[in-house]
Design a protein around this ligand. Structure first.
Ligand SMILES: Nc1ncnc2c1ncn2[C@@H]1O[C@H](COP(=O)(O)OP(=O)(O)OP(=O)(O)O)[C@@H](O)[C@H]1O
Ligand SMILES: [Mg+2]
Length: 312
């Protein structure tokens, strides 16, 4: 197993639950999508994995291991995992880029730490990757500072940094939001090519079920910090069982809907299923906490699931 997250629970300092308890497992080379709307806890999960939870948020329970090693216990082995075997493309490139360092200095950072490689050796080694990412070659570009390039270029520099030590596992947090549709497609194709060539596994975080299903074999749908449905991407697209997955699917297909509104704030979430205020098919049991049915691989949490599609 390259990544195992078991009953991870993240809370605000005042005890309000933000995420979990969440369990998910990722096999080597597997492509898992974490799908959910704004505020559902996707970025917090990534930040917890990399040990950079924002102030005001704490891990209140659970554990995670990568390549069999506990990530929440300090140690040399763990330090070798983060940034090298497991790398992160954060949602906001400003989290990864230092305004005072040039692009070349950024690219040399992780290989300098994890491989003791010289900046010039890193530059030579990474040149083909930068070319594939459509980033200009030459010193004029590599000497620029992060604010001197476009938002899309910053996102691709973050991807190049994440790939700079040949990781086995990538966590991509909405990596294509700053890209136009053509650049988005090119980015997706590149990550999928790298995934095949290097048997790279990834956790692709997105609010877009359509994009998630193009990028991934398996999807886990989050709502209000809770996993509500998980399964093969093709199955979730053809026969979603949780009403929220069905809503996401309609949104991805741009189908008209009378439903609107936002995810309730964490302190306003109801007991039981977090989707109750927006669910078209409530049952009296929905306000009780419902255990996850099935494995983290293929499971569901719903009192009144949609009927499975009839077999053809
Ligand atoms: N530092 C913080 N202190 C308190 N609450 C926080 C903090 N950071 C995030 N939250 C809350 O945690 C919840 C999940 O936030 P998170 O950033 O993980 O959402 P997300 O799913 O990544 O959303 P988006 O799609 O908009 O990026 C939100 O309700 C957010 O307001
Ligand atoms: Mg986010």
């Amino acid at each position: 197993m390259s990544l195992a997250i078991d009953a991870l629970l993240l809370e605000r300092e005042d005890g309000v639950r933000l995420l979990g308890p969440l369990t998910l497992h990722l096999a080597p080379g597997e492509r898992l999508g974490l799908v959910g709307e704004s505020g559902s806890g996707k970025s917090l999960l990534a930040q917890a994995l990399f040990g950079v939870l924002p102030s005001g948020v704490r891990q209140a329970g659970g554990k995670f291991t990568a390549f069999g090693l506990p990530l929440d216990r300090p140690g040399k082995e763990r330090d070798r995992i983060r940034g090298a075997r497991m790398a992160w493309v954060p949602q906001d490139p400003r989290q990864a880029l230092n305004p005072l360092l040039t692009l070349a200095q950024h690219l040399a950072l992780l290989p300098g730490i994890h491989r003791e490689e010289s900046p010039s050796a890193t530059q030579r080694r990474l040149a083909p990757l930068l070319e594939r990412l459509g980033l200009p070659a030459g010193v004029d570009f590599s000497r620029r500072l992060p604010h001197q390039i476009s938002g899309g270029q910053r996102q691709r520099i973050c991807l190049a940094m994440a790939l700079s030590c040949d990781p086995e596992l990538l966590v991509l947090d909405e990596p294509t939001t700053a890209l136009d549709p053509l650049a988005q497609k090119a980015f997706l194709d590149l990550v999928l090519d790298l995934q095949r060539e290097r048997s790279l596994g990834f956790l692709w975080i997105t609010h877009d079920l359509g994009l998630g299903s193009q990028a991934c074999d398996r999807l886990l749908v989050l709502y209000g910090g809770e996993a509500v449905e998980s399964g093969p991407a093709a199955r979730l697209l053809s026969a979603p069982r949780h009403p929220y997955t069905a809503r996401l699917l309609a949104a991805a297909r741009r189908q008209p809907s009378s439903e609107s509104g936002f995810l309730p704030a964490p302190q306003d979430r109801p007991a039981g299923c977090p989707f109750q205020p927006r669910c078209p098919d409530l049952h009296e049991n929905c306000n009780h906490w419902r255990p996850w049915q099935g494995s983290p691989h293929d499971g569901l949490r719903c009192e009144r699931p949609l009927e499975p599609a009839p077999r053809a």
